[in-house]
Design a protein around this ligand. Sequence first.
Ligand SMILES: NC(=O)c1ccc[n+]([C@@H]2O[C@H](COP(=O)([O-])OP(=O)(O)OC[C@H]3O[C@@H](n4cnc5c(N)ncnc54)[C@H](O)[C@@H]3O)[C@@H](O)[C@H]2O)c1
Length: 271
Amino acid sequence: MDVPGFALITGAASGIGQACALAFASEGAAGLALFDLNLEALSNVKLEIENVLAEKGISKHCQIELRAVNVSNEDEVNFTVREVARKFGRLDYVVNAAGIAMKHPGGAAYVETSDWQRILNVNLTGSFFVLRAAARVMLQQNPILSNIDGRPLQRGAIVNIGSIQAVAGIPASTAYSTSKHGILGLTRTASEDYAKDGLRINVICPGYTETPLTSQPEVLKVMKEKVASSVPMQRMGSPREIADGILYLAGGRSSFVTGTALFVDGGYTQR
Ligand SMILES: NC(=O)c1ccc[n+]([C@@H]2O[C@H](COP(=O)([O-])OP(=O)(O)OC[C@H]3O[C@@H](n4cnc5c(N)ncnc54)[C@H](O)[C@@H]3O)[C@@H](O)[C@H]2O)c1
């Protein structure tokens, strides 16, 4: 997938972020900076990566740095992004996978202000903080040429995580859906800012995906009904299927792609 450089992944302790960490390592990334609130779970992900690389007989060393970072804490993000970039010498790919979701019983009329702020702070402002800190590093570094055929410059690639809810409304999802629509806007405007500099910024929009975020019994039950009625493929996606789309958007094979939204949703949004 042409991802030989250094990747920073937020929300890497679980679900899609965890699958991305494994995917980048398996595809030959030189290093991974894994951010999450949960440092213990990150340590398990690191062990899992080391085991998978050993099983696959991949001898290329992958430097793995773990950091407890709350993406909605501006100072923490600024400091830690700079710190890992210094350690690696550069930062080639960023995956903004940290995120939270909740339902608001009764819908928009009954949303608690604190819930609205919490979801927007993590999903939208957190992604912005990481994007901004990473872009400042990436814009200062020399471009790398693609491994494939030396195609034009790739100074860095940032992949944000939207959702089918970046373009569709789903009941009782006021704050989450708003945050994901915002991610689409953030991606589009920032991609315009830096397209000419070889810094590419895209968003992946997963459909219903089996992760701890969706595995609480009451959420899963509603989701399975929704999947049966609204997803043409009639199944949920796996985190690895989302990670594969992210690898494409991060790596050299998408060298002419910026500002785009890639829907990996079993056909949900074409209906
Ligand atoms: N699972 C789905 O069906 C689905 C669908 C569309 C979009 N998404 C999006 O994908 C992303 C990942 O979701 P997932 O399903 O893998 O969820 P998940 O709950 O499995 O993983 C999210 C990770 O983010 C971390 N996190 C939460 N708040 C954080 C913070 N403030 N700072 C740092 N880390 C934090 C959590 O500790 C967790 O490890 C989210 O943005 C989510 O909205 C998920």
